[in-house]
Design a protein around this ligand. Structure first.
Ligand code: FE
Length: 130
């Protein structure tokens, strides 16, 4: 995947203040506040910053955690990073194309599929209905 490299000034111009705070400054939206928390239509979730296709709706499930949750990403589209901030040991996920912060992945997902919970900010995503 070709990487996108933009300056923070460029991102600031393109993104809303909320999107910038989450995607570029690794912020987190308030739980149950996001646009896609309760979206279960079929379609594709793309990166809100660069448009890369990240999650297929067939992998979305209702985790009850307050953020959109998926049991898998489209292979190769997200990158994983060790995150030891805030006194927790977590795995951060970013868009492989633009480096935008998406959320974290946890090992408490559906046991009948991957066992993973990709916990993603709605504001990091743009949903395209199919
Ligand atoms: Fe992106």
């Amino acid at each position: 995947m070709d990487k996108i490299n933009k300056t923070e000034e460029e991102w600031k111009k393109e993104l809303s203040p909320d999107e910038y705070r989450i995607l570029r400054q690794k912020g987190t939206e308030i739980p149950f506040s996001g646009e896609y928390d309760k979206t279960f239509e079929s379609g594709m979730y793309k990166c809100a910053a660069c448009g890369a296709e990240l999650f297929d709706s067939t992998h979305k499930y209702d985790s009850g955690c307050g953020w959109p949750a998926f049991d898998e990403a489209i292979p190769g589209t997200v990158e994983f990073h060790e995150d030891n901030t805030l006194g927790m040991s977590r795995v951060e996920i970013t868009c492989a194309k633009c480096g935008g912060h998406l959320g974290h992945v946890f090992p408490d997902g559906p046991k009948n599929t991957t066992g993973k919970r990709f916990c993603v900010n709605s504001r990091s995503l743009k949903f395209k209905k199919s």
